[in-house]
Ligand binder design. Structure first.
Ligand code: F6P
Length: 530
């Protein structure tokens, strides 16, 4: 790697490792480590950083030319070199009108909105009570997250989701549904993803068996794709096929036609507010200088935590039931964007690149994996996401939710000494030897950092701003690591192997594969041959 900014970062990592995290926080306080953005604030004051660390990270941002890369992104220039494409997801929230592809996208967005209004108002000739959204990956995770987050604002139909090739998924999605009031929307950029194609066929069969009449069936089909011919072959009428632009990656696409089911179910005004919140974050990321730019700061912090401090994972703890899908969404956004090992930048790669992103909804995680986070022997970068309108009108439960989030963060930071545990046990009347022995098991090392992202509320604007921030942070981190955040060559191989092995199970002929795969194929052939 030819980056002059990296050695000073490594030096800072060695320096700051010698000081306890509690001492670092006490020494430098929180001022300068709570960063404000549209609809949210990011509190990194519990992370193992200080002003000297921020200073060397700022030099990396400069050396990587992140500001120029962001300018490329927002100008619609090529930022996805391996596919020779721009990345225009941000333009779906407004802006970029001077870019030819954006004008096309805006026209398609108008088509989608018009259809959504018709579908929501009975204009399709039937009352849409349920939408079954069929898609996977970026054609599923964003819509699921936003549906959970904002469904309370909607007044339209319910959305059910179906993604897996496992037929139980489809079966569950249609259980209890009346075909006459069900609209299927198949979302697939390629319209050849096997799982989605399989479920699209099941949808067609289900409708045909229930309704019989071809026109009645086709009236309940719509499709979103970059491959309209394949969508039409499936049975969607041309007027119900909505384009996805090649310049919008699947994991960045919830704002596009992919969000058709959301627009019908949530309504035009909620959708507008969702986009508006994201647009405010776009403006911040586009216009704020690097030293005050949330995307740049969080991207640099990711490089610090996962490449300089070598924390292998980030644990996202969403302390809001409505954000329970956020970890799933971020897994694809960040791991499919930056889970790479090939340099896409002249300065070479900063390794290791992206962390494993995992997590859960709070407070549930506290009753499953937090034990390891408190007393286990592996550290992770914890990221709390919570909202200041937690609990809605139920202030007591909202207060409890926030108290849990803040308390977990304090426990990760401060821990608890065996001595203090022993004193507590003695004060409770426990015998000295027993207290000493039990206190050993109650020791919590502490010194574990965390970030707290605090949303003003869970309004459509705030949810839009949050997701846009994560998109731009992911891009910024990718630029700093030196990878291309917009391609995903690694996932193509699995699809090819699945097709080959499916044929080997059906028809035999697994020679030449690894011994384990050959054995497993033979086991499956007992039941699935022919
Ligand atoms: O996982 C690979 C991938 O191509 C994702 O990038 C994408 O979001 C998902 O599969 C679904 O692809 P499509 O929308 O083409 O069905």
């Amino acid at each position: 790697m030819a980056l002059s900014a990296w050695r000073p970062i490594e030096a800072e990592a060695r320096r700051i490792a010698t000081e306890s995290l509690a001492d670092i926080v006490a020494r430098r306080g929180v001022d300068g480590f709570v960063w404000r953005g549209p609809h949210l604030e990011v509190d990194v004051s519990r992370q193992r950083i200080d002003s000297a660390v921020l200073s060397v990270l700022a030099k990396l941002v400069i050396e990587r030319g992140l500001d120029a890369k962001l300018a490329d992104l927002f100008a619609g220039r090529i930022v996805n070199a391996s596919e020779d494409r721009p990345a225009l997801h941000w333009a779906l929230r407004g802006g970029g009108g001077e870019i030819p592809a954006v004008a096309r996208m805006q026209r398609e967005a108008a088509r989608v909105s018009a259809f959504a209004a018709i579908a929501a108002s009975g204009g399709l000739g039937f009352d849409v009570k349920t939408i079954v959204h069929i898609g996977i990956g970026g054609s599923d995770l964003g819509p699921r997250l936003v549906w959970d987050a904002l469904r309370a604002y909607g007044s339209g139909p319910e959305i059910r989701f179906c993604a897996n090739v496992d037929p139980d998924d489809f079966r569950e999605a249609v259980t209890g549904l009346d075909p006459s009031t069900t609209l299927f929307i198949v979302v697939s950029k390629s319209f050849k993803t096997p799982e989605t194609a399989s479920n699209a066929r099941l949808a067609h069969i289900w409708l045909a068996e229930k309704l019989g009449d071809r026109a009645e069936v086709e009236a309940r089909l719509a499709a979103v794709s970059s491959a309209p011919d394949r969508a039409q072959d499936w049975g969607a009428p041309a007027a119900r096929i909505f384009a996805m632009d090649e310049a919008v990656g699947g994991r960045y696409s919830v704002w596009s036609s992919v969000g058709l089911s959301l627009q019908i179910a949530l309504g035009a005004d909620v959708w507008r507010r969702f986009l508006a919140g994201a647009a405010e974050m776009d403006s911040h990321v586009r216009d704020a200088p690097m030293e005050g730019n949330l995307a740049a700061r969080l991207g640099a912090l990711d490089v610090w935590l996962h490449s300089a401090l070598n924390l292998p994972t980030r644990t996202v703890l969403a302390y809001a039931h409505r954000l329970r899908r956020l970890p799933d969404f971020l897994q694809q956004l960040e791991m499919e964007s930056n889970g790479k090992s090939v340099a896409d930048a002249p300065g070479g790669l900063i390794a290791p690149t992206a962390p494993v992103v995992w997590g859960s909804v709070g407070t549930l995680g506290q009753h499953s994996f937090h034990q390891l986070l408190h007393q286990g022997m592996r550290d992770t970068a914890v990221e709390f996401v919570a909202s200041l309108d937690a609990g809605g009108r139920d202030r007591a439960r909202g207060r409890a939710l926030l108290a849990n989030a803040f308390g977990q963060g304090e426990a990760f930071l401060v821990g608890r000494s065996a001595a203090s545990a022993e004193a507590t046990l003695l004060a409770s009347g426990m015998e000295a030897d027993a207290a000493r022995e039990q206190a050993r098991h109650m020791h919590m090392p502490g010194g574990r950092g965390s970030t707290t992202i605090l949303l003003d509320d869970l309004s459509p604007e705030s949810v839009g701003a949050l997701l846009a921030l994560y998109e731009h942070r992911t891009f910024a981190a990718g630029v700093l690591w030196g990878v291309n955040p917009f391609d995903q060559w690694g996932v193509e191989r699995g699809k090819v192997l699945a097709e080959e092995i499916e044929l080997a199970i059906r028809d035999g002929g697994s020679e030449g594969r690894d011994p384990t795969t050959m054995r497993l194929i033979e086991r499956a052939r007992d039941k699935f041959a022919g």
